[in-house]
Design a protein around this ligand. Structure first.
Ligand SMILES: O=C(O)CCC(=O)C(=O)O
Length: 269
């Protein structure tokens, strides 16, 4: 199975429409792959807060239309990254996943919003549902950018049948080491592939980390991009998930329900 991660640049000198056309052409170019991935909020930019409301789209808006057509033309599974979805008065950071016939296979609304008390955390509403894309060769769980810091989400996706995680992001260059480390950690602890697709360029004054990466279920980095716009193409063996989980069955040793409160001063005993 071959995957292409399109680390598209989001720069302010390109309109959303132009970038949408360019992204669709880049997806069509990857017709030799089985799975193609775009990053988080690439139409507007993950930090372009002032554009969230003005450039928000309904679920089946221009980004949906362009990506559905590109997936069908390329005959690929397409994780089309995420866009700003407007649903009534609410905005969501919503990922779209298409099957190779261009049908919408899954959506995922980002659960952990980034920004603490500003930006996405106040402008967007949170999703509340885990989602696994039903790609027959490699069912992949969905998580977006800041979600990567929350391992319990990934455990939930494993329990829902994920053999891989696809993580689109607009991760800042300043915390690039966290990105690389957490991608490997999520792969190792869950014995699953991680396909983490970041953004290139600088928008809203935030330089993007790039460094999209594909990690196998043993934690080995199969491929890593640089900082600029790039398409990272990696071959995966989906059978490695089952063999890793069989040969080193750590997931079977999970002890559930160990979140009981520890009273201060007892040393946990
Ligand atoms: O967690 C981080 O350091 C970056 C997260 C982020 O940029 C996002 O979720 O948009």
């Amino acid at each position: 199975m071959r995957a292409s991660l399109i680390q598209i640049a989001v720069n302010p000198d390109e309109t959303v429409d132009a970038r949408r056309r360019r992204a669709a052409a880049l997806v069509r170019d990857e017709s030799a792959s089985d799975l193609v991935v775009l990053p988080e909020l690439w139409p507007v930019g993950a930090f372009a807060y002032e554009a969230f409301a003005t450039d928000a789209e309904p679920l089946r808006g221009p980004t949906y239309e362009a990506m559905a057509a590109a997936a069908a033309d390329a005959r690929v599974w397409l994780h089309a990254g995420s866009f700003v979805e407007r649903d009534g008065d609410a905005l969501y950071n919503t990922a779209l996943i298409f099957s190779p016939d261009g049908e919408l296979a899954r959506t995922y609304r980002k659960i952990h919003r980034f920004g603490f008390d500003q930006g996405e955390a106040v402008l967007m509403s949170a999703g509340g549902e885990l989602a696994v894309a039903p790609c027959p060769e490699l069912p992949f769980g969905l998580a977006t950018c800041y979600d990567l810091r929350f391992p319990e989400l990934f455990r939930g996706l494993v329990d829902a049948g994920a053999a891989a995680f696809v993580v689109p992001a607009g991760w800042p260059a300043r915390r690039r080491e966290h990105w690389s480390l957490l991608a490997r950690a999520r792969a190792v602890e869950n014995q699953a592939y991680v396909l983490a697709c970041g953004t290139a360029g600088t928008h809203a004054g935030v330089e993007q980390a790039g460094h999209s990466v594909v990690v196998d279920p043993w934690g080995e980095v199969l491929g890593e991009a640089g900082r600029g716009e790039e398409v990272l193409v990696v071959d995966l063996d989906p059978a490695r998930v089952a063999t890793t989980r069989e040969q080193f069955p750590a997931l079977k040793d999970r002890v559930l329900g160990i979140t009981a409160p520890v009273r201060p001063g007892t040393g946990g005993r």
